[in-house]
Design a protein around this ligand. Structure first.
Ligand code: GDP
Length: 442
């Protein structure tokens, strides 16, 4: 699959970031330098890389880090969001007219890009959506192309309109539309002729079709294996004839994948589908967010970050942070934290995100069951005992233990642990508030 090497390199950079509780500006700059190298090596357009890094850097260095996240994760999150936005944010559907009208789609691209195959693949998608597509053989220069379209059309169970190689493509297109309106086809897909390189006569031919036929969508097919050439070809087609979107083929191959990251940014046109193999079913809708996750190899972290963003109450987190600093953290807060963790899933995953704790506690072996007894003990405490653990004398301990159904030694252990973690938190927050390491800033 494409992107393997890019993905591996980015993940190594992020591994370094994740391990750190706090990041300095220099850490971020160094990491972004490595990200930049990785993107350039993956053949991403250099202007795109430059803007991308600039944008990530501004956001990463300028921004207060959310108190529920470690700064490393925050940087990763920014890289991900920028990557999704680079590829166009949302998935783009091919625009179709209502079913009672004929939508004409003109497919274009260089020879060998995969245009004829993709045209047949697309027809299959429209058929699945309940449309009645008609494939039109407009490549009059290569008889083999007409045959290929007919064979693929048959495999897809889709009709193919052909007039052989003795007519001008624009006239074939007009005749096909007439045929479509008489026979109730509602999507007409024109498979136009490609050339080995961009040349004037190909562009003129496409323009002639566009000027004489009501083309609703012009879709360019480019080969991901050609890297930067795919981006240049997209730019040329867009400036000469105007395209509505791109289908990027052969992403199943061993391509470095730079085209997927550059096309939208360079042309302003979305990637609509990606070709993932030679079979007619190997065409996938292009989702920028899924592609970014694929490239960054970090679906799980993102889910976790999303959960944290959705579940953790910022104000509460800041209040807690203050309490930790002043060593006012009590059993109510402890309980609150456990509730938040439960809402979000696994305790071990969440610990690293807790305000003031960061990576220091991340390697500690923990599981959710360990907290069950603790919760029972805290719930057996009175309100006063929870907010002011100092009042818990031996007779209170006995009552709490009985209420929680545990031995009194468990209650002693928890109170002792609580006191020592309070001390540790105070020390840690002291350490973190040193110069250049202010909470919320790199
Ligand atoms: P055209 O000249 O642009 O019409 O290109 P074709 O449709 O004839 O495709 C050229 C070659 O690329 C054929 O061998 C196709 O099977 C192959 N091809 C097209 N799309 C894909 C794809 O997404 N993945 C792979 N691996 N091969 C593809």
């Amino acid at each position: 699959m494409a992107f393997e090497s890019l993905s591996e390199k980015l993940q190594n950079v992020f591994k370094g970031l994740k391990g750190k509780g706090k990041l300095t500006e220099a850490d971020v700059k160094l990491a972004l330098k490595e990200v930049k190298m990785a993107l350039l090596e993956a053949d991403v357009n250099f202007k795109v890389v430059k803007n991308f890094i600039k944008s990530v850097e501004e956001k990463a260095i300028g921004q207060d880090v959310m108190s529920s996240l470690t700064p490393g994760q925050m940087v990763i999150n920014i890289v991900n969001k920028e990557m999704v936005s680079l590829m166009g944010d949302e998935m783009t559907e091919i625009s179709l007219k209502p079913s009672n009208e004929i939508t004409v789609i003109m497919m274009c691209g260089l020879q060998g890009a995969g245009k004829t195959t993709t045209t047949a693949k697309l027809a299959g998608k429209f058929k699945q959506k309940g449309r009645k597509p008609l494939l039109v053989a407009c490549d009059v220069y290569r008889p083999a192309a007409i045959k290929q379209l007919q064979v693929n059309g048959e495999k897809q169970g889709v009709s193919v309109f052909s007039m052989g190689d003795g007519h001008k493509p624009v006239n074939i297109a007009k005749a096909a539309i007439e045929h479509a309106s008489k026979n109730d086809f509602n999507v007409v897909i024109l498979d136009t002729a490609g050339r080995l390189h961009i040349d004037e006569s190909m562009m003129e031919e496409l323009m002639e079709i566009k000027q004489n036929v009501d083309v609703h969508q012009s879709i360019l097919v480019v080969d991901a294996m050609t890297g930067q050439d795919a981006v240049n070809v997209s730019e040329m087609f867009n400036s000469k004839i105007g395209i509505d979107g791109v289908i990027l083929t052969k992403l199943d191959g061993d391509t470095r994948g730079g085209a997927a990251l550059s096309i939208r940014a360079v042309t302003g046109r979305p990637i609509l589908y990606i070709g993932m193999g030679e079979k007619l079913s190997d065409l996938e809708q292009f989702y920028p967010d899924r592609m970014a996750s694929r490239i960054l190899g970090m679906g799980d972290i993102l889910t976790l970050i999303e959960k944290a963003e959705a579940e953790i109450d910022e104000t509460k987190a800041r209040e807690l942070d203050k309490k930790i600093r002043k060593a006012e953290f009590n059993f109510d807060d402890f309980l609150d934290q456990m509730e938040q963790m439960k809402k979000m899933g696994g305790i071990k995953d969440i610990l690293g995100m807790l305000p003031g704790m960061g990576s220091q506690l991340k390697d500690v072996e923990l599981d959710d069951n360990m907290f069950k007894g603790t919760e029972a003990i805290i719930r057996s405490m009175t309100k006063e005992e929870r907010s002011n653990p100092a009042v818990i004398n031996p007779s209170r301990k006995k009552r709490i233990a009985a209420g929680a159904g545990v031995d009194i030694s468990e209650v002693n252990k928890l109170i002792k642990q609580f006191e020592s973690s309070k001390k540790m938190m105070k020390q840690m927050s002291g350490m973190m508030s040193g110069k250049n390491m202010k909470r919320g800033k790199f």
